[in-house]
Design a protein around this ligand. Structure first.
Ligand SMILES: Cc1cc2nc3c(=O)[nH]c(=O)nc-3n(C[C@H](O)[C@H](O)[C@H](O)COP(=O)(O)O)c2cc1C
Length: 205
């Protein structure tokens, strides 16, 4: 598929057909994720690809539990809001595959020569490791479209990050950044309207 078409056709897919994804296809998505630019070519990522249903359900249960424990405010809508958020954070349990992007923090060259802490430098540089992870995720999303799949980037489940890391037996120095749920879309979905170019383009000559 032409690149522009794949980029424009991509939209977040949250419901999937019950169709198995061949491992080779999942490998291809990860390979393309791994070709993304990263700070100093640090390639901070490791991708855990999960197709084990039981594990995915256990992961979703952890997320549900976390959301349920968040105290509700007085508004009438609060219960509804929580159940909506719960769905947007846990639908991955019904996806044929889940790609968990994990990352080790970037250690800037600067850290070796100054007294500023790792955390402060990372913040000063606007979290280049997380930015790199974002580039990898977008590559995965576009590759999925190109291959006839649909996918959704997910940060909401990170509310249960520590528990999820234990469930997938993630080892230091890696930590979980985001999920990408992948599968064959249940139905065709039209991409969302995006802001017109005039609104987002500013040329400084
Ligand atoms: C950083 C990030 C985190 C996101 N987390 C979630 C999520 O947890 N659950 C979800 O359903 N969608 C999530 N999304 C998808 C967005 O809701 C979606 O991209 C947005 O509504 C625009 O729609 P589109 O992807 O179809 O263009 C996330 C997207 C990004 C970029």
């Amino acid at each position: 598929m032409e690149l522009e078409k794949a980029i424009k056709q991509r939209t977040s897919i949250r419901t999937f057909k019950d169709e198995h994804i061949p491992v080779e296809d999942l490998k291809k998505m990860v390979q393309m994720g791994g070709t993304a630019p990263s700070v100093n070519n640090y390639q901070p990522w490791k991708f855990y690809v999960i197709t084990n249903k039981r594990l995915m359900e256990n992961m979703a249960d952890l997320v549900k539990d976390k959301i349920e424990k968040i105290p509700e405010n007085e508004s009438k809508a609060s219960k509804n809001i929580k159940s909506q958020v719960e769905w947007f954070a846990t639908f991955f349990e019904n996806a044929p595959a889940l790609i968990a992007l994990t990352m080790e923090e970037y250690e800037s060259v600067l850290e070796k020569g100054v007294t500023v802490s790792h955390e402060d430098i990372n913040k000063m540089r606007n979290y280049p490791d997380i930015q790199s992870a974002g580039a990898a995720i977008q590559n995965i999303l576009v590759t999925a479209v190109d291959m006839g799949y649909g996918a959704c980037w997910m940060s909401a489940p990170m509310i249960a990050k520590d528990g999820l890391e234990s469930l997938i037996e993630l080892e230091e120095p890696y930590s979980l950044v985001a999920f990408v749920a992948v599968g064959v879309p249940e139905k065709d979905k039209k991409p969302k309207e995006k802001k017109p170019l005039e609104e987002i383009f500013k040329l400084i000559e």
